[in-house]
Structure formats: C-alpha cells, structure tokens
Design a binder for this molecule. Sequence first.
Ligand code: PMP
Length: 426
Amino acid sequence: VDLDPHEASMIERRQRLLGPAYRLFYERPIEVVRGEGVWLYDRDGKAYLDAYNNVASLGHCHPRVVDAICRQVATLATNTRYLHESVLIYAEQLLATMPSELGHLMFTCTGSDANDLAVRIARSFTGGEGVIVTETAYHGITKIVAEFSPSLGPSVDLGPHVRTVPAPDSYRSPTGDLATEFTVAVEAAIRDLRRHGIKPALFICDSIFSSDGVFGEQPGFLKGAVDAIRAAGGLYIADEVQPGFGRTGDAMWGFQRHGVIPDIVTLGKPMGNGFPVAGIVVRPEVIDEFGRKARYFNTFGGNAVAAEAARAVLSAIQDEDLMRNARMSGAYLKDGIKALAQRHDAIGDVRGAGLFVGVEIVSDRSTRTPDARTCTRIVNGLREAGVLISACGPSANVLKIRPPLVFTTENADFLIERLDRVMMST
Ligand code: PMP
C-alpha cells in the first residue's frame, strides 16, 4: 500500500520509540484523533464507523462518563487504603447485577491482572495447579496468564500444567451436540492432567469465545463442562472481559446465558468505557482463606476516579437500556449479513450473540475451508470504505464485528451495504 509521508513517518517513529513488540491494525494504519458515539475520525476529518471497539461500549467519549471522570479527577484521585464512598457504591451496584452467591468485588487495572489474581485465588483454594482453556483462548499478558493464552502463538509456551480443549465450534461440530462434545473434551483434559500427576485447579473460558472464532449459540452448552471441573475439585472462572456488561444482549453476563454460576468472574475492557478499570467478583468462601493469608493492594485498581467511571458506565447501560439495544441491533445485523450470504459464497456462517457477530469466510462452502486471505482483504477493504472491524479464529478467517452497544439499525445498514460492496470487489 502507498502510505503518505506523514503516515510513513509515524510508523517509523513508533518502531524506533516503542520497539518491535507492538502491532498495528490494517495494511494502511489509521491515525485516529477523535471519537464520538460509534464514529472515529482521522486527521483529515474522515469518519469511520467503529464496529470493533468493545471498550468504548457506550460509544466513544460518552458524556456521562466524561463528566464523572472529570469531576472526580478534579476532586480527589486516591486509592483503596482510604475510606471512600464511590468504591462502595459501585460495588453495591455491580454485585446487584450478579447472582447472590458472588459476594465480593476486588479491583484491578486490566483484564490480565484480574485473571492473574483469579488464578492465584483458585490455586490457593483448590491446592491444584492445572488449568483448562480452549485452543485459541486469550486471557492476558502476565506470565501466569500468558501461559494459558494459546492465541499468543508459539512465542509463548503453554505451561506444563495447561491443557487445551477444542472450542465449541457450532459450524464444524461433528455431532451437532455441542454440550456433550464440550463436556467430553473437558473431562478428557481433566483425566490427562491427573495422569501427569497434576491436580486440576480451574477451567476458564470467555463464554462468547471471542478469539476462538465467536461461538455464542446454543446457550447452555457450558453446563456440563462446569459440572465436570467442579467434580474434579476445580473452579470455574468466567472471563467476562468480552461478553460482559450486556454485550450478548440476553443477559448482563455471558455466563448467565448458560445457566451456570461461576466461582470467580473476571471483568475488564468495557467496565470504564476507556478508563482503565477491571476486577474480579468472587464467592466469599473461595476468597476467605486467601484473603486472610495474603495482602491485596493494587495502587490504581479501584481508585476513586476508576470507581466513578465504572459507576457512570453501569448506570448508563441500565438507563439507556443498552442490553436491549444489543439484542435488537445485533439480531438485525446478523439477519442482514445472512441475507448477504445469498449473494456471496465466501460467507460460510454468520453467528454470535447480541452485538458480537462472527462471519466465517470460506473458500468452499461444502468443505468449509477457511479463507484467511479473503478475510484479510475484506477487513482492509472495509477500512478503506469507512468501517472498522477485525478478524479472529484459529485460521484468522472469521470477521469479528463487535461495535459499541449504542450501535443502531441504521449503523447496521451502513455496515451491511459497505460489506456487500467490498465483497463484490474482493
Ligand atoms: N480476557 C479476554 C477474554 C480478553 O479479550 C482480554 C483482552 N483482549 C483480556 C482478558 C486481557 O485484558 P487486558 O488487555 O485489559 O489485560
């Protein structure tokens, strides 16, 4: 691609200043300078429909969150070792959205450190080490968590105590009975851990399987796997960093769609609509001993500004009925893309829940052969056409569409029209 001199210079400076570990989106990266609602704007004022950002879940720069952050940062920004009402009010508000078995909220700054803390608690409670995850899962970047985030690729070795199970792939399921297939896989992983003398500590999953390729359908399929890990003395950790805060449309939390109650829930990304705030919610009996032995303090986790941002987010989700919008707009978007599939053979499957939609791009529908090249061309073509999405899945051939929850049916029409146009020319 032809980059203009300004873009080329920014890329060169990034490489020089930030080093080699960072990756940019797109063949022609975008410099975004402003966001509002579902729109992002580049330096020239060109608008892009943001159909990817689940952090700005209420829309970019939501006035209520901006106000809450500004007010609090101008008043006091301090930590959880002082008494402060905000953190307590938020904890009451958040815990009220969870099953009553989950009694405590602890604050972190990122989803990775939420998962790190959850694993430490689970290991302390169970006395086990073993971790079961799906084959292309992502749970974060700390050493402990990267060891069970296979989507990081071969550069990070999975821990010897980690076992992977195939994602519940509704498109390629051999029997069509995902619940049984998934349970059998988790049971086999438990047996394999034991055979190697490793006691299972936990099964962790993101119930929308966002990096595995987006599998949200047939709600309920997780129950057997959760029963299996508990029967083996391990815990079930629900990573709600992706499906949480209303995204899947049917429920505030992804695990609720499966009729299961986790031992620990981990939270992040949309919790502060862009302000860094994350955390875990845990059953009191699970944290009891750990809490008495260990000391937990996280300098920025749960600071007054983070708590106010998170309060504003949760209130807005409820007051603006965003879960309902995720359900309605998500269904509309999915139907629209399914209709496109009649014209474009490359669309093998359209799936997801609420405003989390996966579109499988294949070279041959009868063999369901993944087509990553076409998928990449579509993602880059949409970027040129003013729509931002990405790709996921073990073969990187699934369009990942995950817009802010304020996404309207008009926004969906725009996306569908552009997708149609881009697919016609790829
Ligand atoms: N869990 C899941 C399911 C995620 O998608 C992510 C981030 N992509 C994380 C955990 C880690 O969150 P963070 O980047 O805030 O550390």
